[in-house]
Ligand binder design. Structure first.
Ligand SMILES: C[S@@+](CC[C@H](N)C(=O)[O-])C[C@H]1O[C@@H](n2cnc3c(N)ncnc32)[C@H](O)[C@@H]1O
Length: 255
């Protein structure tokens, strides 16, 4: 059970659920559903390259749950996993954070880098192209953000997120915001799409309760705006985990 009690903060108790099927990450249920890649084939990098080469400026706004979480924090080093068009990375840099923005798409990270230059925050934005299934950026971070880090390709996402948790400095935060419902403009309209709950995501991370505290695990609704300006009510699955102060790396995943 993952729960660390700290003064003034209620930790959420997380119980590890049924183990995943061999080789299948339940967090990938959403992405294993039939999506564009399933229909058209191609590898992950090519898929996301196509995605960013063909899209306009949509996605350059900050994600509201990232803004809500980061706004009261002192600025430090932040890692943006699957940064996409860079709305979060630029917003964070403009507020004084030192951002490492990572994506599998070269086009995406180049756009983030160019936009950071245009807006005069290039000194606070490092961009790196990684397939996070294969490599992970170096460094220690005060905040790691994974906003809608979904893909229609096989990816052991909980392993990536555990690596991200291990890259946190003591007292650092890992924020995972997932889709909890399908927006009308989503690439994934599969009727059988499964959205892992924050509790399921936390359980799969299987972090040592002596070193990690779940500060938030809930599913808020919000009004979202799509690429054509259309709006819809969507659900987000939110998990916020804090690494205890004074814990040395490696974090000690539960054995
Ligand atoms: C649904 S988009 C979200 C983008 C952005 N965080 C946002 O909120 O708009 C998922 C992002 O993850 C990236 N991605 C998918 N698989 C990846 C992988 N294996 N390694 C690194 N990035 C990946 C995609 O290129 C894409 O930018």
């Amino acid at each position: 059970m993952l729960a660390v009690h700290q003064p003034g903060i209620d930790c959420v108790r997380i119980t590890r659920g049924t183990p995943a099927d061999e080789g299948i990450d339940p967090q990938m249920d959403f992405t294993r559903s039939r999506g564009p890649a399933g229909d058209h084939g191609g590898d992950a990098e090519a898929f996301w390259e196509r995605h960013y080469r063909t899209r306009g400026s949509w996605g350059v706004r900050v994600n509201p749950l990232l803004a809500e979480t980061a706004a009261p924090l002192p600025c430090g080093a932040v890692l943006d996993l699957g940064c996409g068009a860079g709305g979060d990375a630029i917003w964070l840099a403009q507020r004084g954070w030192h951002v490492t923005a990572v994506d599998i798409s070269t086009t995406a990270v180049e756009r983030v880098r160019d936009r950071a230059r245009e807006l005069g925050v290039a000194d606070r934005v490092a961009t790196e192209q990684h397939d996070l299934a294969r490599s992970f950026p170096a460094g220690r971070f005060d905040l790691v953000s994974a906003q809608y880090f979904h893909t229609p390709f096989a990816l052991h996402r909980s392993r990536v997120l555990r690596t991200a948790a291990d890259a946190l400095r003591p007292g650092g935060l890992l924020l995972v915001v997932d889709h909890g419902s399908t927006a009308p403009w989503s690439w994934n309209q599969a009727p059988d799409a499964h959205f892992p709950t924050p509790i399921e995501i936390a359980a799969e991370l299987d972090l040592d309760p002596a070193r990690w505290c779940v500060l938030r695990a809930d599913m808020p609704r919000r009004r979202a705006t799509g690429p054509g300006g259309e709006t819809a009510t969507v659900v987000d699955n939110v998990l916020l985990v804090r690494r205890a102060a004074g814990t040395a790396r490696p974090s000690g995943r539960r054995k």
